[in-house]
Write a protein that binds this ligand. Structure first.
Ligand SMILES: [Zn+2]
Length: 282
């Protein structure tokens, strides 16, 4: 049984920092219509509020063209306003597709904390996050009445995601494991990535290898919050023991820093001698 049928229009509804984009990334890239990426497309800056009108224009144009081809769209925006949601529901129904609302359930405190940790250009004022959160709480009971054919909360979808993640982490298909590397590192780097150690009960370990250069990476799943799951790169132990020591890598920029020996020493944790940050602190 599928929670959300395809094709359909999936409308993410959540405050800034509620985990929308992380969840949206579990759908294929071409499904995802995100205001941030269209802001970036027209202005070079994903956080440029000045570019919002252009971004909305592009999102609507791509939505319309995809729906006319009967393709699923996942609208990754806060979608706090009733008139915005109404337009999306109408677009879906005009093309005889279902409209599904995915309501993010992250508590306000978590949204605020995630928002506070964002880079300057992607952070919104705290009052805005609070207002978005309140608008969504008020709208939630009325979503079916707004015309949505399906209303689901992300915690239900998270179960599905956990299952997917488990199959990625286990000894399952090469394709699924490759998809994880592609999602984090992008297409080009994923081509250079191979899992090298897949042992039951241990985090999977792989390596990015190009010519004689390589970086060893482990995928850590110890946090109860799947959004905290991440890759770590192997680096020399700061205490001078043979290691291995590890530092979190969340992006290709982090990988470059590891390659250049320019990573934050405070985040390094040695598996062998315990030098550096503790597991809890990182
Ligand atoms: Zn050590």
């Amino acid at each position: 049984m599928h929670l959300i049928p395809e094709p359909s229009v999936v409308v993410m509804i959540g405050a800034s920092g509620s985990g929308k984009s992380t969840l949206a990334r579990t759908w294929p890239a071409d499904y995802r219509l995100g205001l941030d990426s269209y802001r970036c497309a027209v202005s070079g800056d994903a956080g440029s509020q000045e570019a919002s009108a252009d971004a909305v224009f592009l999102l609507n144009a791509v939505l319309e063209r995809r729906l006319s081809r009967g393709l699923t769209c996942v609208v990754d925006a806060t979608n706090t306003r009733a008139d915005v949601r109404k337009r999306l529901v109408e677009a879906a129904h005009a093309h005889h597709l279902a409209a599904a609302a995915v309501v993010m359930t992250a508590p306000l405190e978590q949204c605020l904390a995630r928002n506070a940790h964002r880079p300057d250009n992607r952070r919104v004022p705290e009052t805005v996050v609070r207002r978005q959160y309140q608008q969504i709480s008020l709208a939630r009971p009325g979503l079916h009445a707004e015309g949505f054919d399906h209303v689901v909360t992300d915690d239900r979808l998270l179960r599905l995601r956990l299952l997917l993640q488990r199959s990625v982490d286990g000894d399952h298909t090469e394709d699924a494991r490759r998809a994880l590397a592609r999602r984090v590192f992008g297409e080009d780097l994923a081509e250079a990535f191979n899992w090298t150690q897949l042992r039951p009960g241990h985090d999977p370990v792989g390596a990015l290898t190009v010519g004689g250069d390589d970086i060893t990476l482990a995928y850590r799943t110890w946090s109860p919050d799947p959004m905290q799951w991440r890759f770590e790169a192997q680096v020399p132990c700061l205490g001078g023991c043979p290691g291995p020591a590890w530092v979190p890598v969340r992006s290709t920029m982090d990988l470059l820093a590891v390659y250049d020996d320019d990573f934050p020493e405070a985040a390094v944790r040695c598996e062998c001698c315990g030098a550096g940050a503790t597991r809890e602190a990182v």
